[in-house]
Write a protein that binds this ligand. Structure first.
Ligand SMILES: *Cc1c(COP(=O)(O)O)cnc(C)c1O
Length: 395
């Protein structure tokens, strides 16, 4: 902890006072050997939990081959990973990057290239209040939350922020503003507090966009890769996005992101137009290939659905018992519990009781365990959470 303060930027504020040195499935262990149930998965990243035997073996094998050679050369793992992204989503082309914000940068650039191919003034991009799209200049400029952007101006021009789930506001803007080339949105706002898009809103908005040649970019950085019970969240909403962006769960902990777009858009990123040194290296794509192959097996989504039903049912009962629970929202294993009080205290108490949860948007407890979590572990975790909420309720 001392070295952290001495040698590292303190941009993460006070970290929680635990250092994990071991892991196994949905359990993490600290340096004293204390066990924690992982209901957080490192912000929805550890798709298969920790030290998954098959995943470890695949990564170990890759370490003995090149882990990196650069995009000057063909790359088997990258092509195999791209094929799987398309099979699980829609026919198109994939570009691998290293993070969520970079996936969005690629999507925003592709959207601008699309706009410019129609007319020089088609460059505006619409995003929605409460969204989060990353911390680089493009991602931050797309993020309609003042607290993320404050102090870094001037930002990238050409972004318009609209109220979330407000179809008439979006309709008016698209009608009035001929400069729009794309809309970017999350279907479940993750950092914004697990707020779900109305099905009707996104369906009608997508139809309006299709008519006007406006691209629909779905930011699936948090919701993608099985998190909501399907491969990608958009598959619950009856829409056909033009672009999806992925990261968090995509590499199961190995840093990797991707942008996947319809085939028609791929000529816009011709030779030399965009790129990244690390993007899609052999190690990252070996990870993606392994994760997406697991995702193709029905057993993983079946587990998500069983555990999700159990957690939502427990939360329904808890909500009736404890008035400090305002609302329970989410899909699959992407679950938010909105409290009437700040959630950080509960996060700290849970940690002391051996349960890792998270709090976002001040009052929303987030539950997003590895997709492989067993019913037994999920039940154990929910028991801990209930004990804490019960003592909070009587306090
Ligand atoms: C986390 C997140 C990002 C940013 O991803 P990084 O890998 O942190 O750059 C972008 N969009 C959404 C929806 C996210 O949840």
């Amino acid at each position: 902890m001392e070295s952290d303060r001495q040698y590292l930027f303190q941009n993460y504020g006070d970290r929680l006072p635990v250092c994990f040195t071991g892991g196994d499935g949905s359990f993490l262990y600290d340096q004293d050997g204390r066990r924690y149930i992982d209901f957080f998965a490192g912000i929805a990243v550890s798709t298969l939990g920790h030290a998954h035997p098959g995943f470890v073996k695949r990564l170990q094998a890759q370490l003995e081959r090149p882990i990196h050679s650069s995009n000057w050369f063909y790359n088997r793992e990258q092509a195999a990973a791209g094929k799987l992204v398309g099979e699980l989503s829609f026919p198109g082309k994939t570009l691998f990057v290293n993070s969520g914000t970079e996936a969005n940068e690629a999507a925003l650039k592709l959207a601008r290239a699309h706009g410019q191919s129609i007319s020089p003034d088609r460059y505006e991009i619409i995003s929605f209040e409460g969204s989060f799209h990353g911390r680089t200049f493009g991602g931050m400029s797309a993020t309609a939350q003042e607290k993320i952007r404050r102090g870094f101006g001037p930002l990238v021009p050409g972004f318009t922020y609209l109220p979330f789930n407000d179809l008439s506001a979006a309709g008016r803007e698209i009608e009035r503003n001929g400069r729009v080339c794309a809309v970017i949105t999350e279907l479940i706002q993750g950092e914004g507090g697990i707020r779900i898009t109305d099905r009707d809103f996104i369906k009608k908005l997508s139809a309006m966009c299709a008519k006007r040649n406006i691209l629909v970019i779905i930011d699936e950085v948090q919701t993608g890769v099985g998190r909501t019970g399907r491969a990608f969240a958009y598959q619950h909403f009856g829409i056909r996005p033009d672009i999806i962006t992925l990261a968090k769960g995509l590499g199961g902990g190995v840093p990797v992101g991707a942008m996947h777009a319809r085939n028609e858009l791929s000529p816009l990123f011709g030779r030399g137009v965009h790129g990244t040194t690390f993007g899609g290296n052999h190690l990252a794509c070996a990870a993606v290939e392994y994760i997406l192959k697991e995702l193709k097996k029905p057993s993983l989504s079946k587990n998500v659905s069983i555990v999700s039903d159990f957690i939502f049912e427990r939360l329904r009962v808890m909500k009736a018992k404890y008035p400090l629970i305002n609302e329970v929202r989410g899909m699959g294993l992407h679950i938010g519990i909105e409290l009437s009080v700040p959630g950080m205290d509960i996060v700290k108490k849970a940690l002391l009781s051996g349960l890792i949860i998270n709090c976002t948007a001040e009052k929303v407890i987030r539950i997003m365990p590895p997709l492989t979590i067993s019913m037994k572990t999920a039940r154990e975790g929910m028991n801990i959470l209930e004990t804490i909420l019960a003592s909070e309720a009587t306090a």
